[in-house]
Each structure stands twice: as C-alpha cells, then as structure tokens.
Design a protein around this ligand. Sequence first.
Ligand SMILES: C[S@@+](CC[C@H](N)C(=O)[O-])C[C@H]1O[C@@H](n2cnc3c(N)ncnc32)[C@H](O)[C@@H]1O
Ligand SMILES: O=C(O)C(=O)C[C@]1(C(=O)O)C=C[C@@H](O)C=C1
Length: 246
Amino acid sequence: MIDKDRIYAEPQTQVSDFVFDEQVARVFPDMIKRSVPGYPTVMESTGLIAGQYATPGSLIYDLGCSLGAATQAIRRHVRADGCRVIAVDNASAMVERCREYLSAQDAMIEELLPVEVLQADILALRLQPCSVVVLNFTLQFIAPELRLGLLRQIYESLLPGGVLILSEKLEFADSFTGSELQRLHYAFKRANGYSELEIAQKRTAIERVMLPDTLDTHRLRLQDAGFAQVVPWFQCFNFCSLIGFK
Ligand SMILES: C[S@@+](CC[C@H](N)C(=O)[O-])C[C@H]1O[C@@H](n2cnc3c(N)ncnc32)[C@H](O)[C@@H]1O
Ligand SMILES: O=C(O)C(=O)C[C@]1(C(=O)O)C=C[C@@H](O)C=C1
C-alpha cells in the first residue's frame, strides 16, 4: 500500500528546505505522481527510449534514481543482450527502498536486466562507458555551477550513438508563459488533492534547493557539454523531457 503524501498538510511555523529523507521516500510514489505532470508517461517512455538506443553488452545509468521507477521501465523495454543497469542515488532512504522495489520486480518477472544500486553522489561518480544515461528530475537539485561538469562527464562516458534522457522542471524567460504554466501546474496539484497550504509550503521547501533552468539554458549547456543534437520529446505544463544525442 502506497502512503499518501501529507508532509505539508499541516501548517509549519518554519518550513525547512526540502530533503530526500525517510519521510519523503515513504510517500515518494504518491508525491511525484501528484506533483509532476506526465510523470507516468515520462517513466514508461524513458524505458522505451532506452530500448531503442541501448547497445548489446553496454551499461545503462539511472542517475538520481530515487525508487527506481525509470530503472524498472528500462528493464521492461531493453532487449539488447548483456546490458546492465547502474542505478545511483545519494539518499539512503531512497536506495534502501529502490533495492526492495527492484527485488519485487525480479520476483514477478524472470530474466530482467541485472541492476546494481549504488548509494553515491553522482558528482563524485566515475562513469564507465555506457550507451544510455537517464537523468530524470535530478539535475535541478544539483548546484547550477556544477551542472555543466556533470553533463560533460556524461557526454564523455557515452559510446558513439549513445543518448542522455534528461527530464526537468522548467523556468521561463517570458513571464506570461511562466506564470500561466505555473498556474496550470498548481491546478494539476489541486486536481490531485493537494490543498493551497500544501502547495504553498512545498513551494517554500523547494525554492532554495530545486533550481530549474529555461529550455534555452538546457539546450545551450548540453551543446556546450558536447551534445550536438538535442531533441525535446515531451512537455506537460512546466515539465519537459529531452534526448541528447552523441
Ligand atoms: C525528484 S528525484 C528524481 C526522480 C527519479 N529520477 C525518478 O525518475 O523517479 C531527485 C533524486 O535525486 C537524488 N539526488 C539529488 N542530488 C544527488 C546527488 N548529488 N547524487 C545522487 N543523487 C542525488 C535525490 O536523492 C532524489 O532521489
Ligand atoms: O515543483 C514542484 O512543486 C514539485 O513538487 C516538483 C518535485 C520535482 O520536480 O522533483 C519536487 C520535489 C519532489 O521530488 C517531487 C516533485
């Protein structure tokens, strides 16, 4: 039974910065599905895209994997022989549950891709040669000044023909676009049962630790990292997904 996200349901005198701790991990499936428009589509499509670009015998990375939803989709779609997934997250509460969720998937379906779940800082990770890197809703939590270096390391680790699947919340240079899409995002949250208080307190909790960029910033930085081709493949309100091609 998935626990309901009620972390911000009661008034908090001091809303502390959002962290991926035990209380978040326990409600995360509910939280992210009710907070990120299109999340189920992004997860399943991440698996489908990985299935198109994973090459036999190669590694696939899921960086900032949380509970491994993208890794589970990758295992449902990738058919190339000899692939292995490395799922990485620095939150112990997420890694513990990720291992449990993947073991449960193994119990239900035979002969899935092997997965190694690492508790590590993706900024300190030495990536091995790989054909697919997934970075879904994680870069936005990395210090802005460290994002280009991470993307450059990802680019250098990709084999020829490899892809980066990047999903993020977006900022907008145009204030009308930004305010209207934020309005629709909050309507999405309300439609999913969040109260005005929960929306306001969650906004306070993430505003210093989750720093979205504009689509142009993503495009230019990805090209600066080496990705000559960047293709947007999904957007729902102020959330989007891109593929960077090596
Ligand atoms: C919004 S969640 C990502 C959602 C997940 N990719 C998915 O598709 O369900 C952000 C995740 O990134 C992880 N994270 C943030 N900074 C990290 C870092 N420097 N190294 C590893 N994981 C990090 C957090 O612990 C959290 O689990
Ligand atoms: O932008 C918001 O209001 C969110 O809640 C987004 C978001 C995210 O994009 O990661 C923030 C924290 C949680 O991981 C779940 C969703």
